[in-house]
Design a protein around this ligand. Structure first.
Ligand code: CO
Ligand code: CO
Length: 314
């Protein structure tokens, strides 16, 4: 059974206040509490992906907030989730992880109001974040229109970097640059997309760029040469350091992607599993310039087309 299918075993959602549930693989759940107010809820945690404990905490925090920002919502507060081998590792490390996460949440103006920890042979860290959005202004992964431009707000390559770090093969400058990218909040990008009349958005994480684009359930044309990668990532791709998740993503895309004559290594780059990636945003062409001005790091990587196939231009 594929992990995604496990959710299908849940009873169907019948509560009319559930505005976004499990059906559309969206970034967060949305629950209406008043005609003009809805809560947005998400949870995200993972095992260490970098060596620096404070950076791990900061990345986990930015990543957990990201699903809230992808929905066009404002985060309100967070609860921490901790798994830690207290007999095997110094709890001073955990204190640094927690402090790194709290500092990143403070940057976003989000208090940590509680949490839960368990003894765990492998460290895990993350947050359940609750946010708020006006039900008429929430942004989901459904709604992109043919002609919309597709913007990406962070470079790709984090899956490769994480594997390279684990194997001791990542150049120091690349690891530092990747940490800076992963710890970056998607807040500005979220505010910019709201101002520009975004039609659909998601953050790019475990399923990779094309896996998350697929959840838009529209056709798209992606210019492979326009997709931004962190410097040095192509060298890691040449060393074949793709994690298993990226290979699974690639295999799953076969049914919906026309690869043109793109070399396999480029296909894997577009399928690479990301941690705390940027927002993938569909913007009507008339608003593209204002979005670009408000979010200068955003790059156009393609456009929405009729149908449901993703065509990659090599
Ligand atoms: Co997400
Ligand atoms: Co998530």
């Amino acid at each position: 059974m594929e992990l995604g299918q496990v959710l299908e075993a849940l009873p169907p959602l019948t509560d009319p206040n559930v505005l976004v549930g499990t059906g559309t693989r969206d970034d967060a759940a949305v629950y209406r509490i008043a005609p003009d107010r809805a809560l947005v809820a998400t949870v995200d945690f993972f095992t260490p992906i970098v060596d620096d404990p404070a950076a791990y905490g900061a990345i986990a925090a930015a990543n957990a907030l990201s699903d809230i920002y992808a929905m066009g919502a404002m985060p309100l507060f967070a609860l921490s989730i901790v798994g830690f081998p207290r007999d095997r590792l110094d709890t001073g490390l955990l204190a640094q992880i927690v402090a790194g996460g709290a500092a990143k949440l403070a940057e976003a103006g989000v208090p940590v109001v509680g949490g839960h920890s368990v003894d765990d042979p492998e460290p895990k860290f993350g947050y359940a974040v609750t946010g708020e959005v006006h039900p008429d202004r929430m942004v989901t992964n459904q709604g992109a229109q043919p002609g919309d431009l597709l913007f990406l707000t962070k470079p790709l390559g984090m899956g490769l970097v994480a594997t390279a770090i684990k194997r001791g093969l990542c150049p120091e400058e690349l690891a530092e640059a990747a940490i800076a990218v992963m710890a970056q909040l998607n807040r500005e990008a979220s505010l910019a997309m709201l101002a520009a009349g975004v039609t659909a958005a998601t953050d790019v994480t475990g399923y990779g760029l094309l896996g998350h684009l697929r959840n838009f359930a529209v056709g798209a044309e992606i210019d492979s040469r326009a997709v931004p990668y962190l410097f040095g990532v192509r060298e890691l791709a040449g060393l074949d350091l793709f994690p298993d998740g990226s290979r699974r993503n690639h295999a799953a895309l076969d049914a919906v992607v026309d690869w043109d004559d793109l070399p396999e290594v480029e296909q894997l780059l577009l399928s690479d599993a990301q941690t705390s990636g940027g927002l993938l945003v569909a913007i009507p062409p008339a608003s593209a310039d204002s979005f670009r001005a408000a979010c200068p790091k955003a790059v156009v990587i393609g456009s929405v087309t009729p149908g449901d196939r993703i065509k990659v231009i090599s």
